[in-house]
Design a protein around this ligand. Structure first.
Ligand code: OOG
Ligand code: MG
Length: 264
């Protein structure tokens, strides 16, 4: 038993090392065949630990595969969660920002801002909804660490749901935007309109993504903290972007979020 447990931990650390190395050096790895979600979320935690050790701070959470177009495109039909850190927050346009990247792709999203701690094991999903003070439009940049973005659900969870960067627009008062009116969220790259999707693509209403998040957070025993951002997931399939591209998401209800894809 004990030996098995030790081997199990060694496997978590080994997979985390490979995925972390791929992210740090911008070199994709072959799919690792992470069979279970239990192992996958353990690897994800080990990856986040490495980032925190390098001085990054916890910044929030991201959902994946909350819309039919994303599920169809990636062949995954289960909502997944990844974790955001301070190094992924590209909201402020800092000239000269650098990041190792493999095959970055951008997505238009909706973001929520949490303004009190929430323990999902103790509090219901409705409590999480009422802990949200802000809603914003967002751009997420994903970058799978697997060759050709080929993965099963366990692999992509282990790879922190392909998280690499995000930007949020101005925070609007959440209570005035619940439920969120259905409307289009558009994606622009260097000023060119590239894609658009409806807010209702996200489980009928992006607020429902918080309930889906609550489910996973309860299982994982995660706590939400003051200032946590929660990205609700893309309303369209992801769009390829390049170094230096200016990417924005626009909504006539929520405004604009913008980021620049970092240099190598
Ligand atoms: C996984 C990340 C999915 C979303 O918004 O659905 C995601 C991927 O497609 O690589 O961020
Ligand atoms: Mg996303």
């Amino acid at each position: 038993m004990e030996e098995g447990a030790v081997r199990g931990d060694a496997r978590v650390e080994d997979i985390a090392d490979r995925l972390d190395g791929a992210a740090v050096h911008g070199l994709a790895v072959e799919t690792l065949g992470v069979e279970t979600l239990e192992l996958a979320y353990q690897v994800q935690s080990a990856l986040i630990e490495r980032r925190l050790e390098r001085g990054e701070a916890h910044a929030g959470w991201k959902l994946g595969f909350t819309s039919a177009s994303k599920m169809r495109r990636m062949g995954v039909s289960q909502v997944i969660v990844g974790q955001l850190t301070s190094a992924m927050d590209w909201t402020a346009d800092e000239p000269g920002r650098q990041s190792a990247l493999i095959d970055p792709r951008a997505e238009p999203e909706v973001a929520f801002l949490v303004d009190r701690p929430v323990d999902c094991r103790q509090e219901p999903a409705t409590a999480l909804r009422s802990a949200v003070s802000g809603v914003a439009v967002a751009v997420e940049v994903i970058d799978s660490r697997y060759v050709d973005s080929k993965f099963g659900v366990g692999d992509v969870v282990a790879d922190n749901a392909s998280a690499v960067g995000f930007a949020v627009g101005p925070w609007l008062v959440a209570s005035e935007l619940s439920p969120l009116t259905d409307h289009e969220i558009e994606l622009f790259v260097n000023g060119q309109h590239i894609a658009a999707g409806l807010a209702s693509e996200i489980l009928g209403d992006p607020w429902a993504a918080l309930d889906a998040f609550h489910n996973v957070a309860r299982e994982q025993g995660w706590m939400l903290q003051v200032g946590d951002v929660v990205l609700a997931g893309a309303v369209t399939a992801a769009v390829e972007v390049g170094r230096g591209d200016l990417v924005s998401a626009r909504s006539n209800v929520l405004g604009t979020a913008q980021l620049r894809i970092p240099e190598p």
